[in-house]
Design a protein around this ligand. Structure first.
Ligand SMILES: Nc1ncnc2c1ncn2[C@@H]1O[C@H](COP(=O)(O)OP(=O)(O)OP(=O)(O)O)[C@@H](O)[C@H]1O
Ligand SMILES: [Mg+2]
Length: 552
């Protein structure tokens, strides 16, 4: 087939044995189905016309046996095939999921969740439908067709010509329809992605819609998207019905041609009635596989569109590549961070920052300030290696971050971000994410220090933590970082949503607890930065050292 299907073949390779088994079973089942009309010919010519009841009875018995066996083989085959194709397709979905897990935050900022869902669900299912139904049917079709044609040729070569003069017309007709089908399919899949994108997006922000009163507009937009999808669906179905009807029409013509030519042959005695009957039965049987194969040409296009949409996700570049041979942090690592002339851009015209150069000594509290939107959080994203700098490098204890195992880096550097991600589940489960093997006592202690314990560790936090207040979410994230016991702790506006008294108290207990470890504290509030040995301001000219009280 085409280049588009290559990912599927790659996934099939480990299952060659199973593929051969399925094809063998398919061949056996087809051979049994082929025996039927031949037995009918035998029954008519050698039984009925020769007036031999024993032959009639024997033929009927054999027909029955062939039918039952063929059914059993077919079921066996389908089951095996489903297992095989299901395995392959789920592997594809897992591969896409694995790839998505490595993509940077900017990908998820750019790509609507609904679009990703639609590709991983709808498009993968479309490919599966193709692989399960169409390909299996086609393999069967080829086998049945080859067998049927062989028997038909044995019965009467002349009738073969009459039956298949029209086949080239069919092939040409279907090939001409193909590009149009591809366009229709792509549009249909895009409409479907828009629809799920809209749903995911708007269901996540119902509150915003209520606040700004946009529900009527949203409802209208939903209706318009639905109408658009339905219109596209109708167009595609109408096209499929017309395109699908053409082979049937041509089959009818072929049958008429066979009866005309066959009737003449029977009348001048060069063909038996049994042979003509058997031939027309085989012709009817051949029509099925021919249509299946013509349909395959169309279905292949549809599946290719979907497969390309899935491959799009696989083609998304990962922002950071883990080193093949990572360097371990030394056992006496202290958490010294060095930015060396670091520059980074999100791909826009202007870089977010450039020429960022600073040394953060190990074991001290460093304040990081700067105007909103200047790039502080982005700098931390670089330190956590969600992206690599486009210029310069970042070192942890003298080792370039690119040489460390990202998993180790993220274990040793804990970041409590502005909008700390919280997962559905209990408070305890959320804290435990940082260190799954932690004891209940350790989790309890982390929760107490972050002042979240009083809520009850088994309290569910709701999807994305929406059942918690903003400050509670932040304290939960802080508890997670405390449990992680990192070398470097980054607090990026980590207590911005907590009341001033609690914020000061939490900041003080973090300072007490992490005294002697590197702390990078980003805050717009001066008292959170109390006791910082060094305050750096991020400006468009890079990192500038600001005088601190303790340094002054
Ligand atoms: N995924 C992205 N794609 C493009 N631009 C982005 C992306 N993420 C952030 N930016 C831009 O990068 C700049 C720096 O953002 P960043 O979040 O680092 O600022 P900040 O200093 O942390 O601000 P604040 O104090 O408000 O938290 C902003 O102008 C922002 O619009
Ligand atoms: Mg920020």
């Amino acid at each position: 087939m085409t280049r588009g299907f290559r990912p599927l073949f790659g996934l099939l390779r480990p299952h060659v044995g199973a593929v051969v088994l399925v094809l063998g079973a398919s061949a056996a089942s087809s051979a049994l189905a082929l025996a039927q009309p031949w037995l009918a010919k035998h029954l008519i010519d050698d039984g009925l016309i020769a007036r031999r009841m024993d032959v009639v009875a024997a033929s009927c018995g054999l027909m029955l046996a062939a039918a039952v066996l063929s059914l059993a083989m077919g079921a066996f085959n389908r089951w095996h095939y489903l297992t095989l194709s299901g395995t392959v397709l789920f592997r594809l979905r897992e591969r896409v999921f694995g790839h998505l897990q490595r993509l940077p935050p900017s990908f998820f900022a750019r790509r609507p969740t609904g679009d990703i869902l639609s590709r991983m669900d709808g498009d993968v299912a479309e490919v599966q439908r193709f692989v399960v139904d169409t390909v299996l049917a086609s393999v069967n079709a080829v086998l049945v067709l080859v067998g049927t044609l062989a028997v038909m040729a044995a019965l009467s070569p002349e009738l073969m010509v009459a039956a298949f003069v029209l086949l080239p017309v069919q092939v040409v007709a279907v090939r001409r329809l193909r590009p149009r089908l591809e366009t229709l399919t792509r549009r249909l899949r895009e409409r479907s992605a828009e629809l799920s994108g809209f749903l995911v997006e708007s269901l996540q922000s119902v509150k915003l819609a209520q606040v700004v009163g946009s529900q009527p507009r949203d409802a209208a937009r939903f209706a318009a998207l639905n109408a658009g999808y339905l219109a596209e669906l109708r167009r595609a179905e109408l096209f499929a019905a017309v395109a699908g009807g053409i082979p049937g029409l041509l089959n009818g013509l072929a049958a008429a041609a066979v009866f005309l030519a066959g009737g003449a042959l029977v009348m001048d005695g060069s063909l038996t009635i049994g042979a003509l009957v058997a031939f027309t039965v085989y012709l009817g049987r051949a029509a099925g596989p021919v249509n299946t194969l013509l349909g395959l040409i169309l279905a292949q296009r549809r599946a290719r569109v979907s497969l390309e949409r899935v491959a799009d996700l696989l083609d998304e570049p990962v922002a950071v590549v883990p080193p093949a041979d990572p360097v371990a942090l030394p056992a006496d690592a202290r958490g010294a961070v060095r930015f060396e002339d670091v520059g980074f851009s999100h791909g826009g015209e202007r870089p977010v920052f450039s020429g960022v150069d600073a040394t953060l000594p190990a074991g001290v509290k460093v304040g990081l300030v700067g105007a909103s939107g200047i790039g502080k959080s982005t700098l931390i994203d670089l330190l956590h290696r969600h992206y690599d700098p486009h210029a310069g490098r970042i070192l942890l204890d003298g080792i370039d971050l690119r040489r460390l195992d990202p998993a180790e880096l993220r274990r040793r550097v804990a970041v409590v971000a502005q909008d700390s991600p919280v997962m559905a589940g209990t408070i305890a489960a959320n804290i435990r994410l940082a260190r799954p093997e932690a004891s209940d006592d350790e989790i309890g202690r982390a929760a107490e220090l972050a002042e979240i314990g009083h809520l009850g560790l088994e309290t569910p936090v709701g999807e994305r933590g929406l059942a918690l207040s903003g400050g509670e979410r932040q304290r939960l994230a802080l508890a997670r970082a405390l449990l992680q016991d990192p070398l470097v702790l980054v607090l990026d506006e980590a207590v911005s949503a907590v009341d001033a008294d609690s914020a000061r108290r939490i900041a003080a207990s973090v300072d007490a607890l992490f005294a002697g470890r590197t702390r990078i504290v980003i805050s717009h509030h001066a008292d959170i930065l109390d006791g910082a040995a060094l305050v750096l301001e991020l400006t468009s000219a890079g990192l500038i050292r600001r005088p601190t009280e303790s340094a002054a």
